[in-house]
Design a protein around this ligand. Structure first.
Ligand code: NOJ
Length: 548
């Protein structure tokens, strides 16, 4: 194992007191833990809470401000935990509620806040509410969901032709207790994820109580899954271009988030962060009004091509929309749903969208890695908060070689695209799989080439992705300019993104086809790759001190 020369110093620098009234979400670095794939403590091949507790030092060495924990609740795992059977407990595969509480305490002791993931659009078909609703067509729980008779004389046609969020149909027919075919129920995702009826007051009360449950346990924030989907047009109209969508972004959703905001405001320094996929910037911004959510993921940035003009426009659009409502921008490059950006940026087509499946198209991993390093310096120096998806700090790429019979993502059957490739267990130590992730068999296979991407192999190597992230996050804390609001573009010529933050900090990213001269500066703070003399090579970024 390589020496870890500076770890103690780093740890001292990154431990910040958790203060009660700090609007920490405005410029935090938030690390997404996907618990199945972080670290396994008991050898069953699935990551767990004790595995996370045992590796908290990795996160404090990295210097992150908060952890966002993907769902860890009891679940049949039809959609990797986004099918929740009980929001007030922990799935036995991940550990116990006591273990989760201990993790919150231990993270806080390291200066790291905790965000949990709440999934309000749907629950698991194994949730008690749904089991009661299914067992008895007269049960009051029926009203908590979307049960409807079918169309046609025998009711054997679905109530609508809506296409699901994973593709495929959105209704499943039930069977009555006497064995005859019954009503249909709505599920925008898989049949194991029945949609909740948010017009019902019991649904609203239940979720406000769930928020309190986790806030009472010291959790600092809530990530809200599929935040724009909750409400449906009760008339069940068809989806027609140019007309109000029957289940995307209905206005009623804002009442819910206003109520949630009242709950979060009744605790000190809690944040609500929405997963809002919304191309219309003004509709997106509605979720961030001062009495609604504190922040939302920037999928515009995540999906943007590696193209200087488009990237600059996206940054401007983002900052403009957020400034108008006083909300902090967020910068996201990857998460558990999208192709890892080392892979995306190594392709000819560098955008991401679920509609454009690029799986298996040629990838230049060296190019993708070079760009991912530069993107790290970009996303960590723009104004706002930055999200790091586990493994991004190790430079992991998408595993596109998972055999079909080992795939677990329900999206594959519906769309022919799997999200399993970005969910592969992390490599920690050693020269071969499972790379210290587990003593058993990892739930998804890890590429043999990840022997160079383990935490152990990268620690202390100044050229590694891991040390780049550690240095950048450390510098982000101490650079005064990175704590100032806003940024100013520098006139830097075609293909180059250059901006200042505050009086003396600048970031320059060369996306042009050739090396370019650096602007006048006092010193170089950090580079994503070697400089070519005084020139900045292509697909390379640099952080500069521009004056003393
Ligand atoms: C968004 C989550 O990020 C994704 O993983 C999940 O499949 C869907 N919502 C459905 O819950």
């Amino acid at each position: 194992m390589r020496p870890k020369p500076h770890v103690e110093t780093i740890r001292k620098q990154v431990i910040v007191a958790i203060s009660d009234q700090d609007p920490w979400w405005r410029d935090a670095v938030i690390y997404q833990v996907y618990p199945r794939s972080f670290a396994d403590s008991d050898g069953d091949g699935i990551g767990d809470i004790d595995g996370i507790r045992a590796h908290l030092d990795h996160l404090s060495d990295l210097g992150v401000d908060a952890i966002w924990m993907s769902p860890w609740y009891p679940s049949p795992m039809a959609d990797a935990g986004y099918d929740v059977a009980d929001f007030r407990d922990i799935d036995p595969a991940f550990g116990t509620l006591a273990g989760a509480e201990a993790l919150v305490t231990e993270a806080h002791a390291q200066g790291i806040r905790m965000i949990v993931d709440i999934v309000p659009n749907h629950i698991s078909s194994e949730h008690l509410w749904f089991k009661k609703a299914l067992a008895d067509p007269e049960a009051p729980e029926r009203e908590l969901f979307w049960f409807r008779p079918g169309r046609g004389p025998d009711g054997d046609q679905m109530p609508t032709d809506w296409v699901g969020e994973f593709g495929g149909t959105t209704w499943t027919r039930t069977t009555n207790p006497d064995g005859t075919p019954g009503d249909w129920y709505l599920h925008l995702f898989t049949p194991e994820q029945p949609d909740l009826n948010w017009d019902h007051p019991a649904v609203r009360e239940e979720f406000e109580d769930i928020l309190r449950f986790w806030f009472d346990r010291g959790v600092d924030g809530i990530r809200i899954d599929s935040a724009a989907l909750l409400f449906k047009d009760r008339d069940l109209p068809a989806v027609v271009d140019g007309q109000r969508h029957p289940f995307h972004d209905l206005d009623e959703v804002h009442d819910v988030y206003r109520a949630w905001r009242r709950v979060s405001d009744s605790y000190p320094s809690r944040a609500l962060i929405g997963e809002v996929w919304m191309p219309e910037v003004d509709r997106f911004a509605n979720y961030l009004r001062p009495d609604e959510l504190h922040a939302a993921f920037n999928f515009d940035f995540l999906g943007c091509a590696w193209d200087p003009q488009l990237m600059r426009e996206c940054i401007d659009r983002t900052l403009h929309a957020h400034a108008a409502i006083g909300a902090p921008a967020t910068w996201v490059l990857s998460n558990h749903d999208v192709t890892r950006h080392v892979t995306r940026y190594g392709r000819t087509e560098t955008t991401f969208s679920f509609e454009n499946n690029l799986d298996g198209t040629p990838v230049d991993l060296e190019l993708g890695t070079r760009r991912a390093r530069a993107a790290a310096l970009l996303s960590l120096s723009l104004p706002g908060s930055t999200y790091v998806y586990q493994g991004e700090e190790l430079g992991l790429w998408e595993n596109e070689n998972i055999p079909v019979d080992q795939m677990q993502d329900p999206m594959y059957a519906r769309r022919g695209h799997t999200r399993d490739g970005c969910r592969v267990p992390l490599p920690w130590t050693g020269d071969e799989a499972p790379f210290g992730f587990t003593t058993g068999e990892p739930w998804l296979p890890q590429p043999a080439e990840w022997k160079d991407r383990t935490v152990e192999a990268q620690t202390g190597d100044p050229n590694s992705m891991l040390e780049l992230y550690r240095s950048a996050i450390r510098a982000r804390k101490t650079e005064a300019g990175l704590h100032q609001d806003g940024m100013t573009w520098l006139d830097s010529g075609p293909g180059v993104l250059a901006y200042t933050r505050g009086r003396d900090f600048a970031c320059v990213l060369n996306m042009s086809g050739a090396a370019v001269a650096l602007p006048d500066h006092h010193s170089v703070l950090l580079t994503s790759g070697p400089l070519d003399g005084t020139l900045l090579p292509q697909d390379t970024a640099v952080w500069l001190r521009i004056q003393e």
